[in-house]
Ligand binder design. Structure first.
Ligand code: ZN
Length: 184
């Protein structure tokens, strides 16, 4: 199918596929925290799925950034590597949605709230989808050792971040509110 002329008409499709493949490789040894211990790549794929089907987001840069959004934070990937493979824009979106691993977790959580306020439009979409997916996972498959209090605190913190992102994509914000209502 290499000579299929339609391939050239949808350049964004190739970008999204390359991002999915890159992320799958980088996360290949990781599993999600929840009791289902799902392969890690299910999570970035969920984000892209939510953006497309629930947020009507068709921008390939956002979809690719969503697929790559945890590679800096959770794998050995560097920004230079991302920028080399996918361009500066995608590299900087992924940077925007990544925590600084050297900081204390409490500081990181607070920083997410303040940084959300000034995030760029594409990063805001990735953030929104991430929070929707994380809360859904928390309900479907909570991490085994997390108490109810800890899960509640996680829900509240996610909402605090999302409050800073309002006005980005009404249907995603509505989906977030729906899942927040299932707070344990
Ligand atoms: Zn994530």
């Amino acid at each position: 199918m290499l000579n299929d002329p339609d391939v050239d008409k949808q350049p964004g499709m190739g970008l999204v596929l390359r991002a999915a493949r890159f992320a799958a490789w980088k996360h290949r040894h990781q599993r999600r925290k929840g009791k289902g211990r799902l392969p890690y790549i299910n999570h970035p794929l969920d984000l892209a799925h939510v953006l497309w089907f629930e947020g009507q987001v068709t921008d390939p840069i956002v979809l690719a950034a969503a697929l790559l959004h945890d590679t800096l934070e959770d794998t050995q990937t560097t920004v230079q590597e991302l920028q080399g493979e996918f361009g500066e824009e995608i590299g900087s979106i992924v940077m925007e949605v990544s925590d600084e691993p050297t900081l204390d977790w409490r500081v990181r959580k607070k920083l997410q709230v303040t940084r959300a306020k000034t995030a760029t439009p594409r990063a805001r979409l990735v953030k929104l989808a991430d929070k929707i997916c994380n809360l859904r996972s928390m309900i479907a498959s909570p991490p085994q050792r997390w108490s109810v209090e800890r899960r509640r605190a996680y829900f509240d913190w996610a909402r605090e971040v999302v409050e800073q992102l309002r006005g980005t994509n009404p249907s995603l914000e509505e989906r977030f509110d729906q899942v927040y209502r299932q707070r344990p």
